[in-house]
Design a protein around this ligand. Structure first.
Ligand code: DNO
Length: 347
């Protein structure tokens, strides 16, 4: 297992100097953020990021994310050119030593929460999803915006995009995903890069848009339709785990035993009903997920990939990017490293 930490580049309030001081940290998970979605990433920009990491004693073997252009998800005629561009980026990343790319296939929006700073009794804040608040939102009219979302659309463009998805159902979205994965297969095989799809977050449909990476059935479908080692999953515990109907451990076991988990996002959630949750500290007793059982299942299934602590609460007065402060994620990393050491030594 290689412990990593997400870093948003030079503008991130969390600095590489700080990340390197977290015990057991092997590398950063980052991206080139200012190349328009769909364009290939210049090799020089990738190499520069890697040099920054290395200057701080950190590796850069995981990229999160190389975003997939909406026209690929929609299956529009210009997708072949966009897939070729994506393949070029894969090859360039491979040259720079990247081994894993985390991406998602969620239409229009990435992850969604109703609150980015819900106050907790202990004075910290966390991200939360309250179904009734989300159902009251209308993205086509509100000024809704979250970190991680593509901010480059105007309201009118967003409305037009949402209309385009009216003709895309789940079966069509699946076909478009498989087409994409096959289209980048050669680049992945050549460059030794593994793709790790991020689950839909939360793992159910929102705003009437199709969402397809949600549960065990999705995973079975994914690995059977493109049965190749490069086609993997980012096992995001908090995303799959926010649906109480998901058997997280059976899902981890299924994927790990097939060697389809190049990357893990380890975080905990506290269920507040079927479709509402709060993001908890990483420790099992703070939420609804058993982090020991999850790591043990991954370990026993043969997992030996990259892992990172995921969203943290804001604690000790820290301000910054919601979910991506330094302190609670660093505590998460230390805890996960401790669990892993105990699991390995008990063998
Ligand atoms: C949220 C992240 C996601 C993830 C993308 C991958 O904090 O886990 O935004 O990076 O879905 O493409």
């Amino acid at each position: 297992m290689k412990m990593t930490f997400r870093w948003y580049g030079a503008g991130d309030p969390v600095k590489l100097d700080q990340i390197r001081q977290i015990p057991g940290m092997s590398g950063i998970v980052t991206a080139v953020y200012d190349v328009p979605v769909g364009e290939p990433w210049p090799q020089a920009r990738i190499d520069d990021l890697r040099a920054q990491a290395q200057a701080h004693g950190l590796s850069m073997e995981v990229i999160e994310s190389v975003p997939v252009h909406e026209h690929i998800k929609l299956g529009l005629p210009d997708r072949d050119r966009l897939i070729d561009n994506y393949a070029q980026t894969i090859v360039s990343l491979g040259k720079a030593g990247v081994r894993c790319i985390c991406y998602n296939f969620m239409p229009v929006f990435d992850w969604l929460r109703s609150s980015l700073a819900e106050p907790l009794e202990d004075g910290s804040t966390c991200l939360a999803f309250h179904e009734e608040q989300v159902l009251a939102m209308d993205p086509a009219v509100s000024e809704l915006s979250l970190p991680g979302w593509d901010e480059s659309y105007t309201r009118e463009e967003l409305r037009a995009l949402l209309r385009q998805y009216e003709d895309v159902d789940e079966a069509q979205l699946w076909d478009n995903l498989i087409y994409f994965l096959r289209g980048i297969g050669e680049a992945c095989r050549q460059s030794g890069v593994r793709m790790a799809i991020h689950p839909d977050d939360p793992p159910w449909g929102i705003f009437g848009l199709p969402r397809i990476i949600r549960n065990m059935e999705s995973l079975q479908m994914l690995v059977s339709r493109v049965d190749e080692p490069y086609n993997g999953v980012t096992f995001c515990a908090g995303s799959f785990g926010s649906d109480p109907n998901n058997d997280l451990y059976a899902m981890a076991d299924f994927l790990a035993k097939r060697d389809r988990v190049p990357f893990v996002h380890a975080r905990n959630v506290l269920h507040l009903g079927q479709r509402s949750f709060r993001e908890a500290a990483h420790l099992s007793s703070c939420g609804s997920l058993d982090m020991y059982r999850l790591l043990k299942t991954l370990h026993d299934g043969g997992f030996d990939g990259y892992i990172r602590p995921d969203h943290g609460r804001m604690i000790w007065g820290e301000t910054g990017r919601p979910g991506y402060g330094l302190y609670d994620r660093a505590l998460g990393a230390a805890y996960l490293n401790g669990l892993w050491e105990a699991i390995v030594k008990a063998e």
